[in-house]
Design a protein around this ligand. Structure first.
Ligand SMILES: Cc1cc2nc3c(=O)[nH]c(=O)nc-3n(C[C@H](O)[C@H](O)[C@H](O)COP(=O)(O)OP(=O)(O)OC[C@H]3O[C@@H](n4cnc5c(N)ncnc54)[C@H](O)[C@@H]3O)c2cc1C
Length: 338
């Protein structure tokens, strides 16, 4: 069997590594950071099926995960939609999820090199799963933190403000700990105040900011990422790419983690044939890229249009009226976006 080298030990890289190891393929994984760690993420996984998790040999890692079945959408200080999710979402903190995957990868005999930042150089047998790249031209900032003492309604609260959206979801079954994660287009850089609460207030979400002030933030969980570039990513010729490095779906869908797992699933069969010597690297890479296009193109294009609507003041008004009057096709959108 030929060896596969994966760069990036996030969800796409680790799950692909585990699935390849299960088929007897030797895998080396190079990760720039270390584990466990907090990640900027809403920690609400929408869309992934049990079959995908089983195909990747990781379904058992989610046995004790939370199941989220409802979502409340707010525009400003007004709740405009209470929806039951057609298919439950999975809830787990990234601290826990990435660590579980890391352990499973090593348990199966994978070679993990942490604090190993690679330079992107395409070569045979190398899969790039290094997540999003900094896009200097992008104004999008993602911030997340865990809070205690913040009461939550339902399993997901999605708050839409001026040029921003923020998701709240419980990360413990007793609901005592809540993840708060937002994507912002406008923010200031003043020192002192908690940057997440400040950005929430600057987005016009006064009530939410007050609720967060009433809770206690876990300072260590406060992480941010700037220059988030959504949509298809620029990919070097001859590079085999999966996950956020390939394309990034707008976070309001809660579908990015599912897409990372789905991308690993889509890449698996071709990489296995390559490792067995039945397929050339060039053919493998092209097959993977075509499969990802077929699987994600429609979902991505709808999500990008809706994202533009949600961060635009007029679009937000249209959304708000449609949601409050019951004409928003929520179930249809949910199915198409996951
Ligand atoms: C604000 C925000 C909120 C989100 N909320 C949700 C949500 O609620 N639900 C959801 O499903 N998705 C959400 N997402 C998206 C989700 O987090 C990602 O889609 C998912 O983590 C992608 O997985 P990945 O494995 O491709 O990348 P990552 O999980 O980012 O992993 C990439 C890994 O590669 C490593 N790396 C980077 N460069 C190198 C290098 N040069 N060499 C070696 N290693 C490297 C990184 O350290 C990292 O560990 C959100 C994203 C944002 C920005």
């Amino acid at each position: 069997m030929k060896e596969i080298v994966i760069v990036g030990g996030g969800l796409a890289g680790l799950s692909l590594g585990i699935a390849l190891l299960h088929r007897g393929v030797p895998v080396v994984l190079k990760e720039a950071g270390s584990y466990p760690r907090h990640r900027v993420c809403g920690e609400f996984m929408n869309g992934v099926t049990i079959q995908t998790l089983k195909n990747l040999q990781i379904a058992h890692l989610f046995d004790d995960a939370m199941e989220h079945s409802s979502a409340h959408w707010w525009v400003g200080d007004r709740c405009v939609l209470k929806a039951k999710l057609p298919r439950p979402a999975i809830g787990m903190s990234r601290w826990e999820m990435d660590e579980k995957l890391r352990k499973e990868f090593q348990l199966r005999g994978g070679q993990l090199m942490v604090k190993s930042r690679e330079i992107c150089r395409p070569r045979e047998g190398l899969v790039w799963a290094a997540g999003r790249e900094l896009k200097r031209e992008s104004r999008l900032l993602g911030v997340k933190a865990h809070f205690e003492g913040v009461k939550i309604n339902g399993s997901l609260e999605m708050h839409l403000g001026r040029g921003c959206y923020i998701g709240l979801t419980p990360v413990t079954k007793d609901l005592s700990r809540v993840n708060v994660c937002g994507l912002f287009t406008q923010y200031s850089h003043s020192k002192g105040e908690n940057p997440l609460i400040r950005a929430v207030r600057e987005g016009g979400l006064t009530q939410l900011a007050q609720r967060l002030e009433g809770g206690e933030i876990d300072r260590l969980s406060l992480v941010g990422v700037r220059g988030v570039g959504l949509g298809a990513q620029k990919i070097k010729d001859d590079l085999c790419v999966i996950g956020d490095s390939e394309r990034i779906i707008p976070p309001f869908t809660g579908n990015g983690m599912s897409m990372a797992f789905e991308a690993a699933e889509s890449a698996l069969a071709s990489l296995y044939r390559y490792a067995q010597g039945h397929e050339s690297w060039d053919q493998t890479r092209k097959e993977i890229s075509q499969r990802l296009d077929r699987r994600f193109q429609t979902r991505m294009s709808l999500a990008m249009k809706l994202h533009q609507l949600l961060i635009n003041p007029y679009g937000l008004k249209v959304f708000s009226v449609a949601a409050a009057s019951g004409v928003l096709p929520f179930n249809w959108l949910h199915r198409r976006l996951s």
